[in-house]
Design a protein around this ligand. Sequence first.
Ligand code: DOR
Ligand code: ZN
Length: 344
Amino acid sequence: MINKLTIRTPNDMHVHFRDNDLLSLVVPQTDRYFNYCIVMPNLIPPITNQEMAIRYLNRIKKHIKKGLKPLMTFYLNEKIKIDDMIKAYKNKNIFALKLYPKGATTNSEMGVKNLENIFKILSSMEENNIPLLIHGEDTDKNIDIFDREKSFIDKYLFKIIREFPNLRIVLEHITTSDAVHFVKENKNIAATITPHHLASNRNDMLVGGIRPHLYCLPILKRRNHQEALIKIATSGNKKFFLGTDSAPHDIKLKENDCGCAGVFNTVNSIEILTQIFDQQNSLKNLENFVSNNSANFYNLQQNESTITLIKMDMPINFPKSLKKNNVILKIYKPNFPVFWKIKK
Ligand code: DOR
Ligand code: ZN
């Protein structure tokens, strides 16, 4: 039995830091155990130009002590100026662009309604090798919420890869076996998977009472989809890697008549993942999923530093929340015990 494991420092290729007061609460959590992270741009107003990305990065940097390397993104919509985008990418002030279909999730009102309106931008991204990160859900109100990911793939993603065969694409926070299949079968496309979509399914959210802290988008799916995600994540397949989609919202906005979407998981995400990989007898692939695969896909240097995980005899205690002033962030906890702990 393995009870100690040393792996390259992880990367979080999808994280929400928000802004202002919240930064001081959440950035240090990612800084603890991650090297690179890709920072989502869905602020109000969204990050849509080089100047905004630089200023946002500087606000984030004030809270980094250990050496976290944030990689910034633009919020892709009709407002993006192609010249500014190319400059920002060449100056390394952005790393990618994030596409939100209008209305798909938190702060997506400024997202894209008609994909064809951004084809010129996509074409320039393809030409300049700039990655496109996609929230892949069809927001047509006639599509059932559990079918939105599959519908997006069928209706839009096939079209995007046909029009832009050399565009590097990451389908973010995938939740279905359909997405796993699509990513496996097509070139120039990879996917992130979150800890909560690996550890939980819709029964965890809805049976025996409704648990608003498990509500996220794309919504948790049924168990067979969860199993498809676990199988591919723990397989070592190079196209799949960690993006926590850690998305903090104050407890008052989660436990609400109309609660908002997002799971705040950063604090224990690596421990939870290690437990899942252990359950699958796949600890040997943990480093691929949390560190190597993303570095490979994005042509980043492999992390040289490492972290060490120790298996305890008793389940570890999860802190319940993070607090500052009158903000409370409830920390994600799966419904199984976690025995792995990061050595300090
Ligand atoms: O659950 C989610 N929360 N999904 C997203 O796509 C966005 C995120 C957020 O920003 O809160
Ligand atoms: Zn997200």
